[in-house]
Write a protein that binds this ligand. Sequence first.
Ligand code: AMP
Length: 384
Amino acid sequence: MPILPGSAIGVLGSGQLGRMFAIAARRMGYRVHTLSPDEDTPTGQVADVEVNAPYEDLDAVCKFARAVSVVTFEFENVPAETAAAAARCAPVRPAGHVLHTTQHRLREKTFLSNAGLPVTAFRRVASLDELIRAARELGLPAILKTAGFGYDGKGQYRILGEADLPAAWKAVGESEAVLEAFVDFDCEISVVAARSVHGEFVHFGAVENQHRNGILDITIAPARVSNKIGSEAVEIAREVLEKLDVVGVLCVEFFVCKDGRLLINELAPRPHNSGHFTFDANITSQFEQQLRAVCALPFGAVTQLAPAAMANLLGDLWNEHEPDWVAAASVADVKLHLYGKLSARPGRKMGHLTALARDTEQALADVQRARAMLVRNPESKPAL
Ligand code: AMP
C-alpha cells in the first residue's frame, strides 16, 4: 500500500542528507519528523517535527516511529537496536539488515566478496601479528581501516613500509581492523541507485569523484569513462541492491583500476554526496527517489537535464571571513546549497555548489570558478 502525501515520514539522523530529503518530501506534501541527539539541525530546520533524543533511547525511538507512517534514515551508523526498536513500531526502509551490513566495513566487504562482487583485496586483522602477516600477504603499500564505523577517510592509516605497522595498529585503537591493498587507481566513480518494494531498479549513471584528504571534493556527472565501464558499474550496483534486498537509495563507490577493472570501495545505504547534483540536474533527485521508494510510489524519471559538476563547500572556506555569497551568486548557472550548520569547522561539509553547462568540462570550470569566488581574502586562501 503506498504511503500517500499528507502522511508523516520519520528520518533517523539530522544532517544535510535528511535536510534535502525533507525538502523533497515537503514539496510533495509529506510531513517530516527527524530524530537525533542534536538540536537546531540541518534536517530539523526544515522538518515539521525535530525530536532531540539519543539513538540509544529506545522508548523515544518507538514513540517517534509510532507517530509516522514509515521510518527511513540519513545516517547509517545508528545502532542496530535503534533500527530494531523503530521496526517494532513502523515499517523501516531500508530494513535493519541493510544497515547492519553496511555500517561495518568488514561485514560489508565479506558480504560483497561472498556475493562474487569485485572488491579491493582485504584481510581481517585482530592483532599486530595478524597485521604483519596480512601485510606480507597483500603487499605494501596498504591501508589499515577500522572494521566498524568510519567515513570520509576517518579511522584510516596509510602503511608505506613494515616499519609503519606498529603505529598503524595503535592508530586504529588496537582493535579489529581491515587491511586493504592500496589501489593505484585511474579514477574513482560511483553509482547512486534506488530500488522499490517491488524490486524495480533506477540509477543516475556513473559519476566521477575527486577526493581531497579522504573527503569528496568534486563530482562530475556523467563520469568521463567509457560506456563499457559506466554500464558495468551500473550492473554491479544493480546486483548489490538486489542481493542486499534494499528498498530505498544506495550508493556504490568504485575504484577504476588502470587496466579498466572496477573494484568496489564502499557502500552507503542512503542518498550520497556524489548524488547531490541530481537535486538540480535531474528530473527526479536522489532524495525524491528515496521518498518514492520508502512510500511505495512509482519512481520518477532519472533523466539528467544537462552535464553537471558539484563542488563541496567545507568549513575550511570560512577561514577568517564569511564566504562571499554575492560573488558566487553572480555565476548564473551555479546553484548554491547551504545546510544551515551553526558552526564551520575545517573538514565539515557546510554546503555545495552545482553547475549545469553544455558539457562536463564547462560545468567543472564553472563550479570551480564559483567556489574560488567565495574566498574574500586571497592572502588566507585555503587550497581549492
Ligand atoms: P573511504 O572512507 O574508505 O571511502 O576512503 C576515502 C578515500 O580514500 C577514497 O575515496 C580513496 O580516495 C582513498 N582510499 C581509500 N581506500 C583506498 C585504497 N585501498 N587504495 C587507494 N585509495 C584508497
